[in-house]
Design a protein around this ligand. Structure first.
Ligand code: SF4
Ligand code: SF4
Length: 422
């Protein structure tokens, strides 16, 4: 697979072999219809003032936002709330005599080392799922979540079942928003990491590039079935008949489109301003953990956790048992390190007692601890936290302020950071 080093998932043909198609832009609705006929399709939809990924049954329901959806892609794989198991307690003589436990959800039976395969999902077990319209930063965020929920050491059955049963079709960003900084986090507006297929908008047409084997299979299945879509490269033995399709040997056309894609990528990247010091700051963060800068940086934070809930890579959750009489269920729901209850001990002690400690934790986790544990930062530069913070906290400015702190030779940090930069 082509894309950012360190986050490749499955490998695939990229622009080689079967991997490239072209779609007339006016036929996008037909393309979506072709997907809907074959798969359980999720795509961006408008809900009041927000956009989110939701199941769609027709192309008319899809609303592509200029960049990312307001709600993060993670909720398709890690729902805000889900039942993990149900239980029933039996009593005899006023004492508990039995406890019946029934695991529920898509991850039942999924354990370490068990591959559930494509096609397993909780909402429609007979049909594999496709998510259409992901932006590259969100596709990349899934590779970071995989490091937590689908690692060699630990597999979360529910997450794994949803993830492996879902193909990702992204659309590259020709016009990144002012809040986008994906190029500082290892990605980019045309980044392919995490996508199975990526569409590049070249004006009259979309270049449709398979990034993984699953993506190649997916677009091969659409050829001949979707008007205005054809592959520019395909295996000779394919033998698909059909008019309107360019010949496999039409290398000149293919090269023109690939060159146009490269130009569009350059233009999009140029729209994202200066690089943010997001990568490479993890060592410094360890040194300045106790620095007085945190006492200024956190100040305007309300502790509302909007940033964490909307972040595509934040993944903290809580698990609670809910019961009425003898029956109940175990529920997992999103949680956030910005809340005081998150680390409150039963004794009443709280190791992160104030907003300062909680604000610092979020920054440390994303840009230092996650790097140590998983080899990358836990931020894809989507800008949601910047866009939605009620007090205009800007993670880019926070990182710039931290980066500006000079470290003395004995590794203790010196001057305080300016609160005005945040
Ligand atoms: S959204 Fe802003 S105010 Fe709310 S917790 Fe995050 S940084 Fe603090
Ligand atoms: S920290 Fe902010 S910019 Fe980075 S991935 Fe999360 S929401 Fe997006």
């Amino acid at each position: 697979m082509r894309g950012s080093a360190g986050l490749d998932r499955t490998g695939g043909p990229g622009v080689q072999g079967t991997g490239v198609g072209v779609l007339d832009k006016g036929e996008l609705a037909g393309f979506l219809g072709g997907l809907i006929a074959r798969y359980r399709v999720f795509a961006p939809v408008q809900e009041a003032e927000t956009t989110r990924f939701a199941p769609v049954s027709s192309a008319g329901e899809v609303t592509m936002p200029a960049t990312v959806t307001s709600r993060p892609l993670k909720e398709i794989f890690l729902p805000p709330s889900e039942t993990l198991l149900e239980f029933e307690v039996g009593t005899a003589g006023g004492m508990v005599s039995s406890v019946k436990v029934e695991p529920v959800g898509p991850g039942v039976g999924v354990g370490t080392g068990i591959d559930v395969g494509v096609g397993t999902s909780d909402d429609d077990s007979d049909r594999p799922r496709v998510i259409f319209g992901t932006r590259p930063c969100d596709a990349r965020s899934l590779l970071l979540l995989d490091k937590v929920f689908d690692s060699a050491d630990y597999k979360d059955g529910h997450y794994v079942a949803r993830r492996r049963g879902t193909a990702i079709i992204s659309v590259a960003c020709n016009e990144p928003a002012e809040t986008c900084f994906c190029t500082s986090t290892g990605g980019g507006p045309f980044d392919e990491a995490g996508s199975d297929v990526i569409l590049e908008d070249l004006g009259e047409v979309y270049l449709v590039k398979a990034v993984t084997d699953r993506g190649a299979e997916l677009i091969a299945g659409l050829e001949g079935a979707v008007p205005g879509f054809w592959r520019l490269s395909r295996p000779a033995e394919d033998g698909i008949e059909g008019g309107g399709r360019l010949e496999a040997e039409d290398d000149e056309r293919l090269e023109q489109l690939l060159a146009a894609g490269r130009d569009a990528r350059k233009r999009a990247e140029a729209r994202i301003p200066a690089l943010v010091p997001a990568r490479g700051i993890h060592e410094k963060l360890k040194v300045i953990f106790e620095h007085e800068c945190w006492g200024e940086l956190y100040r305007k934070c309300l502790g509302c956790a909007a940033c964490a809930y909307l972040c595509p890579t934040c993944h903290c959750f809580d698990i609670a048992d809910e019961a009425i009489d003898s029956k109940g269920r175990r529920v997992r729901c999103w949680d956030a390190c910005m809340f005081p209850m998150f680390t409150l001990h039963a004794s009443g002690h709280n190791p992160r007692p104030g907003r300062k400690e909680r604000f610092r934790q979020r920054v440390m986790h994303k840009f230092s601890y996650f790097v140590e544990n998983n080899g990358d930062i836990a931020c894809v530069g989507c800008g949601r936290c910047i866009e939605n913070c009620p007090v205009n906290m800007d993670i880019r400015s926070v990182l710039a302020s931290l980066d500006a702190i000079s470290i003395s030779p004995d590794s203790s940090a010196s001057p305080a950071v300016s609160a005005g930069a945040v």
